[in-house]
Write a protein that binds this ligand. Structure first.
Ligand SMILES: [Zn+2]
Length: 277
């Protein structure tokens, strides 16, 4: 599958919605931001080139551990990019010790089930977890004035429901992880297209895989769903092809009238924290 074939597929799908007077909303989230790196600058260059809203999920505690100079560098850098907002990405992005060391198990079909990584999974104790989430929220609110939107992004996109039920106590008002929910709401805006092949060499997943992922999402929207389609990237991990895809995909969308990228505050129906006086 070539880039041109991918574009043909994308436009054929979007044409279907256009013919019916419908529009598909896209949005973009990038995870694991801690400091300014060459990869982050490359990502922001793409964002700036297309003036596309970008949600950067920042790891609160890891950011907090940086020097004051590094912290300021990141904040100043992001302020120069209109349309970029930050979300809170877990607390330290470390798996709960027990979940990290769980023994490999065999499921009913005889398949090996690897232990999954989660910072706020079922084995994390509720009170301890909520305390960490609240601490992370305060770091984000105190540091990213005017840039931070109270959206929680759980590391590895895994969150035990007990945490979500109490999340408002910690300050967060919305959630974003991966894969679709039963019914779309601004309280949970998901991502759907993961551009990295994690089980392989963590390289760009390729156009075949993306058509598969995107085809499923378009099929759901044909059936009536108006959930925005979320693109998930990881600037610290993705290779050149991943960056090239983001640039290409956003450009394609901007040139088709049935595709749009709503502003994040509209999508989540939330305002960023107020700018400092
Ligand atoms: Zn992450």
């Amino acid at each position: 599958m070539t880039q041109i074939q991918f574009k043909d597929f994308l436009y054929a799908e979007l044409d279907w919605f256009k013919a019916r007077g419908r529009c598909i909303s896209f949005w973009w989230r990038d995870d694991d931001c801690i400091r300014v790196t060459t990869a982050l600058r490359r990502l922001l260059h793409i964002q700036e080139r297309h003036s596309t809203p970008l949600a950067l999920a920042v790891v609160p505690y890891a950011f907090h551990q940086e020097t004051i100079e590094q912290q300021s560098k990141l904040i100043d850098c992001l302020r120069q990019h209109k349309g970029v907002n930050v979300f809170g990405h877990g607390f330290s992005h470390r798996p709960t010790v027990m979940e990290q060391t769980s023994l490999t198990q065999i499921n009913r079909l005889g398949r090996v089930v690897e232990p999954v990584k989660a910072e706020f999974g079922s084995l994390c104790e509720l009170a301890t977890g909520l305390q960490m989430i609240a601490q992370g929220f305060e770091i984000m609110r105190g540091s990213f004035n005017g840039l931070f939107m109270p959206v929680f992004v759980p590391p590895w996109n895994r969150l035990d429901p007990k945490f979500w039920r109490s999340m408002s106590k910690c300050g967060y008002k919305a959630l974003s992880s991966y894969a679709f929910t039963k019914k779309f709401s601004p309280e949970q805006v998901q991502t759907h297209l993961d551009i990295i092949h994690w089980r392989g060499d963590k390289e760009f997943c390729g156009y075949d895989a993306l058509i598969h992922q995107l085809g499923l999402q378009f099929a759901r929207r044909r059936a009536g769903s108006d959930e925005p389609i979320g693109i998930l990237s990881h600037h610290l991990v993705q290779d050149d092809r991943g960056f090239e895809f983001l640039d290409f995909f956003i450009e394609c969308c901007h040139h088709h009238c049935a595709a749009n990228f709503p502003q994040l505050d509209v999508l989540f129906q939330l305002n960023p924290t107020a700018p400092a006086n």
